[in-house]
Design a protein around this ligand. Structure first.
Ligand SMILES: *[C@@H]1O[C@H](CO)[C@@H](O)[C@H](O)[C@H]1NC(C)=O
Ligand SMILES: *[C@@H]1O[C@H](CO)[C@@H](O)[C@H](O)[C@H]1NC(C)=O
Ligand SMILES: *[C@@H]1O[C@H](CO)[C@@H](O)[C@H](O)[C@H]1NC(C)=O
Ligand SMILES: [Zn+2]
Length: 438
């Protein structure tokens, strides 16, 4: 089910209370996805030899399963955890193969549809759509997030401004919030984006959380006060707007943008493989149907092009680039495209170390940290590498909770703890930036 654009645009212009009376049923109906995940499973296994790796790649390819972790077939390797979403009509074939090859596996989620429904337990009494009592511990649709942004822009003119940096492939505005005490002199800035990958819903939830925390605490918390006095934060809560919307309306596990470039029937480009930095080399795919498709050329995606343009224009000002993904519980820094040490390694490494210590202090949750290439895997054309190569000295990518128990279906009850601990890490990185190395 789709909300006509004209309605969305019209709704945005109305007083906000009215907007949220207009649309209460939309996500409630569409979130069930026509029961398309009934009986689907998510299984985990760890290939133990090169032979198993080759066999598994073949089967995965043949069955066209949806890889959750790692994100591409090329990264399926010996000793690496693979989580794979298996459609119900393929699970018999896959299990037969695994038995015959004696590969042990574990069922992480036995019925994906049930898990989705359990987590989107929407009741009108939760009041998730009213802006006065906007809930930060539920997931919000794109329309809700954009309504919230307009609301924040209107109600906090002293700290927040809002603008669009371009249009998505499907023509939606790419909104950014600028947060910080307004001054006449220029200030350093931090860029934060969430939702490059559509199905990683905890990202946009964190971006909203960050803004809420800043607004709620800056008067009482000296660290936040300092942050807002001395810096601007450019916050893009939903980078991949078309994909994010599609993950609400059609396919909960959609990752890419929604562009169409080829004769193939497949849509979308991986917006984290489309940047002009070793574009489409290792860890990216040239095939339009793959989840890590790098696109027909660098910055082919209007979303990537718009953000790259903005970052380039503000490169003197922006000292940190932070991008929020899920899931793995990792804090990654460059390089992603090669095994090599960055020139300001000492500064970046100590910032990462302090950040994960700070994060752990909240609930004891452990994050791995390190260069993306050796901590996660090699991938080229990423936003983080691009930001670093374009002169932003602190570039980080967070892979938020969890480590696969719920995967992309992180329950709403875990939004608050996840965002609370992540907040500590982000504040720590930001303070580091104000204090120490360049
Ligand atoms: C499995 O189901 C999907 C969607 O219902 C269908 O497109 C596909 O052809 C089916 N595959 C097999 C092997 O039955
Ligand atoms: C944000 O608010 C300002 C001041 O009210 C307004 O001029 C501006 O157009 C708003 N931004 C957006 C994107 O609506
Ligand atoms: C950052 O983390 C380090 C290590 O946990 C800690 O010593 C420091 O106080 C933290 N700083 C802030 C501002 O949170
Ligand atoms: Zn991601």
């Amino acid at each position: 089910m789709r909300l006509p654009e004209s309605l969305a645009g019209w709704a945005a212009a109305l007083p906000l209370c009215a907007v949220f009376l207009l649309s209460p049923w939309l996500p409630v109906l569409s979130i069930q996805y026509n029961n398309r995940y009934a009986g689907d499973q998510v299984i985990r296994l760890v290939p133990r030899s090169e032979g198993e790796v080759h066999g598994l790649r073949d089967v995965y390819q043949r069955l066209k399963v949806d890889l959750w972790q790692p994100s591409s077939m090329a990264h399926v390797s010996e000793g690496t955890v693979t989580d794979v979403h298996v459609p119900r009509n393929k699970s018999r074939a896959l299990q037969a193969y695994l038995h015959q090859a004696s590969i042990p596996y574990k069922v992480l989620i036995a019925n994906l549809q049930k898990e989705i429904e359990k987590q989107s337990n929407i009741t009108p009494s939760r009041n998730r759509r009213s802006l006065s009592g906007y809930s930060y511990d539920v997931y919000h649709s794109l329309e809700e997030i954009q309504g919230w942004m307009h609301h924040m822009n209107k109600t906090h003119p002293d700290l927040i401004s809002m603008f669009s940096i371009g249009k998505s492939y499907e023509g939606r505005p790419l909104y950014v919030l600028k947060l910080g005490k307004k001054t006449r002199t220029t200030k350093k800035a931090v860029w934060i984006d969430c939702g490059i990958h559509a199905r990683e819903w905890i990202g946009p939830a964190f971006c909203q959380w960050f803004v809420k925390e800043a607004i709620d605490t800056w008067q009482s918390d000296p660290a936040m006060k300092r942050m807002l006095n001395q810096l601007f934060f450019y916050i893009m809560p939903v980078f991949n707007v078309d994909g994010y919307r599609y993950s609400w309306t059609d396919d909960r596990f959609w990752r890419k943008t929604r562009s169409k470039h080829s004769r193939f029937h497949c849509y979308g480009v991986d917006a984290n493989r489309n940047w002009r930095v070793k574009w489409c080399e290792e860890g990216a795919s040239l095939h339009p149907c793959d989840d890590t498709y790098c696109g027909p050329n660098p910055e082919s995606e209007p979303e990537v092009k718009a953000v790259a343009f903005f970052l380039r224009q503000h490169r003197k000002q922006i000292k940190a680039y932070l991008s929020f993904h899920a899931y793995a519980q990792m804090l990654l820094y460059p390089y992603s495209y090669k095994y090599a040490t960055i020139p300001n390694f000492d500064c970046v490494e100590s910032a990462a170390y302090d950040a994960v210590v700070a994060l752990r202090s909240a609930y004891g949750v452990r994050y791995k940290y390190g260069p993306a290439s050796s901590t996660l895997y090699v991938s080229s054309g990423s936003s983080m590498d691009w930001a670093y190569r374009n002169g932003i000295p602190y570039a980080f990518a967070f892979e938020l909770r969890d480590t696969g128990h719920y995967g992309f279906l992180l329950p709403e009850s875990l939004i608050k703890p996840t965002c609370t601990e992540t907040m500590l890490a982000v504040k720590n990185i930001t303070m580091h930036l104000l204090k120490k190395c360049r």
